[in-house]
Design a protein around this ligand. Structure first.
Ligand code: NAG
Ligand code: NAG
Ligand code: NAG
Ligand code: ZN
Length: 649
């Protein structure tokens, strides 16, 4: 939670000058997707009166294990195509057949197969009513396929060798087309193994030992295919499927020339969001802009959006005006082409721009997912994802993120169950101003809440989220959340004289007792404050912990400089080292840590990360606020502050 602390506040003007950083990442590099157009050919026929097909009841088409009703309808479909469109049954391959549970209509889908090679754009579909009468049908089979039988002589060694050579030509052509390349040396190293059960079905080859620049998995599959030109002529092609970060290509490449004849990307890769980008903390700091493909290709290899709305592998973001516990079917914005661009008028009440708020929350939570992933809150460490691509960690736990949640105002919260169960973030509207303001638009609040998820999953292991519940450990949970939120806002040009507030946009004067500051008069918090009866609440305890970490951050920055963008994960820079040792320390520390335990874990993390290069910088930060070498207390014992350093510092 970001709960308010009521106290006198020093009003400070902040010199926030967000540096212009590029927020685009990954993305399409001008690669055109296409399939040969068969324009001018009639494709779809709708019958106003259902057509009864005279069926012999037997068919030579391949029919798998279907129930008898479906089997007879598949037979009707093939006979319909044979009778009405003069298509040879032996060239039909059933790809799918099912009866729709709600409409009762049976759909049969077929592909043309010639000499064992599927024709990529030789397709048909037949729709039938419950009585097996055809109500509509589409087809684009190549005509008169008898003449076009491929002259492949399967099996002979010579045929196999020339097959491999054409496949290499095709791989080279495809690599060029997708703006990478594969050298002759790399082609020579490929392992090409025949397979009769490819992932996509059928027989062909599994290619391995591919350069990672060409295939992120190091493998691809290839099978014989054909493609039809607008005039109906057929070309022998290889159907090659390969994955790259943010792409999953399905291409048909000319087996003779290596020319790409058709290509599709199974990743809906254009995702764009009109949002306050990650370097604009609040609407007071700058304008919204359209950010294209912001997903980090390592952290979110399949992008952020599953399709058309604010749902993806990391987050399900929606409105929740009633504040209830339902979320799956709550309102979400619709963006059929994954372009999320909705109106936002800050002079109106937040409910008027709920779609923009949900979009912003989806963007900000995904940003936190990707950033945390890069710093080690990944699948093995128990992060929040519906699918875990590495096979490590539990899946099925993308974040439920509720924008403008009606269960409260002037706050926000984050619930973290163990790995494998979905955490829930509730963002509230703030009522301090007129019109009201929306916490969804303030990224330090979202970062604070998400960081509760990080600290809870990392401390004591992902399946134990009962380690930072209350008291001293719970207070540090609040402190880490503030600290990560602050770290995200530190930019080149800032110095240790920067004082920072939390919740400045939604609450004006900030929501903590003191600004975070390296000045002991602006922020007087030290370790002994924890003995104060007024400091027995987690947010107050958190302020002491975050203030100590703020000192550590600036010592690290003074020694190492500031990375412009934390996403570059440049561990030669102070802000990146700070974020890294915070997360590494969480993994090292025991369940229910004391301040001293957490400090020691951070010192150990630093030692492991840089060999102790920054050890004294870290110690000096803690010691300045009373958590020096001889500090003691915690776990019920009185806190005794100490400002000394270990020998050697
Ligand atoms: C997405 O759709 C919207 C409206 O439907 C349109 O304005 C926008 O240009 C489309 N964007 C892309 C990238 O196709
Ligand atoms: C960090 O710890 C690992 C595991 O013990 C070790 O392999 C590595 O060398 C350590 N790094 C440093 C800089 O001490
Ligand atoms: C522990 C767990 O749930 N692991 C799953 C990770 O994801 C893979 C597939 O993506 C599953 O097979 C594992 O069961
Ligand atoms: Zn909190």
């Amino acid at each position: 939670m970001v709960q308010l602390s009521i106290s006198s506040i020093l009003a400070l003007a902040l010199a926030m000058a967000p540096a212009a950083i590029s927020v685009a990442a990954g993305g399409h590099s001008g690669i055109q997707l296409f399939a040969p157009s068969l324009s001018g050919r009639p494709t779809f026929t709708v019958y106003s009166n259902p057509v009864q097909v005279s069926s012999s009841g037997s068919s030579s088409a391949n029919i798998g294990s279907l129930n008898s009703d479906l089997k007879s309808k598949v037979t009707i479909a093939t006979e319909y195509l044979a009778q009405k469109h003069n298509i040879r049954t032996s060239s039909m391959s059933i790809t799918d057949a099912y009866t729709d549970g709600s409409t009762g209509i049976t759909h049969v889908y077929l592909r043309q197969v010639i000499g064992g090679a599927p024709v990529a754009n030789g397709l048909a579909n037949v729709n039938m009513d419950s009585q097996g009468r055809v109500i509509s049908s589409g087809q684009s089979f190549a005509a008169d396929d008898g003449k076009l039988m491929s002259r492949r002589s399967a099996g002979s060694l010579a045929a196999r060798a020339s097959e491999t050579a054409t496949l290499k030509t095709a791989l080279k052509g495809l690599a060029d087309y997708i703006k990478t390349s594969i050298s002759d040396t790399d082609l020579g190293k490929l392992s090409i193994a025949a397979s009769s059960s490819l992932v996509q079905g059928g027989s062909g080859y599994v290619i391995s030992q591919m350069p990672s620049s060409v295939s992120s998995t190091g493998t691809s599959t290839a099978s014989r295919s054909m493609i039809q030109s607008p005039d109906g002529t057929l070309t022998n092609t290889w159907h090659i499927v390969l994955e790259q970060p943010n792409h999953w290509w399905s291409a048909h490449v000319n087996a003779a020339t290596g020319k790409v004849e058709a290509i599709n990307d199974w990743v809906a890769s254009l995702e764009s969001f009109n949002v306050y980008p990650r370097n604009i903390n609040t609407p007071a700091d700058g304008d919204r802009c359209v950010v294209t493909n912001p997903a980090n290709s390592v952290a979110s290899p399949k992008g952020w959006v599953t399709g058309g709305t604010t749902v993806g592998n990391n987050v399900w973001a929606q409105n929740n005006p009633t504040g209830g516990s339902t979320w799956k079917n709550n309102h979400r914005p619709s963006a059929p082409n994954n372009s999320f661009d909705f109106p936002l008028d800050l002079s109106q009440q937040p409910s008027s721009y709920v779609d923009s708020a949900i979009t912003q929350l989806f963007y900000s939570v995904n940003t936190m997912h990707d950033l945390a992933y890069l710093y080690g809150f990944d699948e093995a460490a128990g992060n929040f994802q519906d699918v875990n691509f590495s096979g490590q960690g539990a899946s099925g736990d993308g974040v439920i993120a509720n924008a403008q949640d009606g269960s409260g105002v002037d706050n926000a919260n984050f619930a973290t169950p163990p790995d494998g169960e979905r955490p829930q973030m509730r963002m509230y509207v703030w009522t301090e101003t007129t019109p009201e303001r929306d916490g969804d638009l303030e990224q330090d609040i979202v970062a604070h809440e998400f960081t509760h998820g990080i600290s809870n999953r990392l401390t004591g292991g992902p399946s134990n989220t009962d380690c930072l519940g209350w008291g001293e450990p719970g207070g540090m949970g609040e402190g880490w959340s503030d600290t990560v939120a602050l770290l995200l806002r530190i930019k080149p040009g800032h110095t240790r004289s920067l004082d920072m507030l939390m919740g400045e946009y939604v609450y004006g004067k900030g929501i903590r007792n003191y600004p975070y500051s390296t000045s002991t008069s602006t922020n007087p918090n030290t370790f002994n404050m924890l003995n104060d009866p007024d400091y027995q609440e987690v947010h107050a305890i958190g302020e002491v912990w975050a203030e100590m970490l703020y000192e550590v951050i600036w010592n690290l920055i003074d020694a190492n400089g500031i990375a412009e963008d934390l996403f570059s994960h440049d561990l030669s820079k102070g802000n990146s080292v700070a974020l890294q040792i915070l997360l590494d320390g969480m993994k090292l520390q025991p369940c229910s840590p004391t301040f001293i335990d957490a400090r020691n874990a951070i010192i150990q993390a630093e030692k492991n990360l840089t060999g102790g290069k920054n050890m004294c910088a870290v110690w000096k930060g803690f010691a300045k606020r009373g958590l020096g070498y001889h500090a003691s207390g915690g776990n019920g014992a009185t806190y005794k502050e100490d400002f000394t350093l270990p020998s050697g510092c």
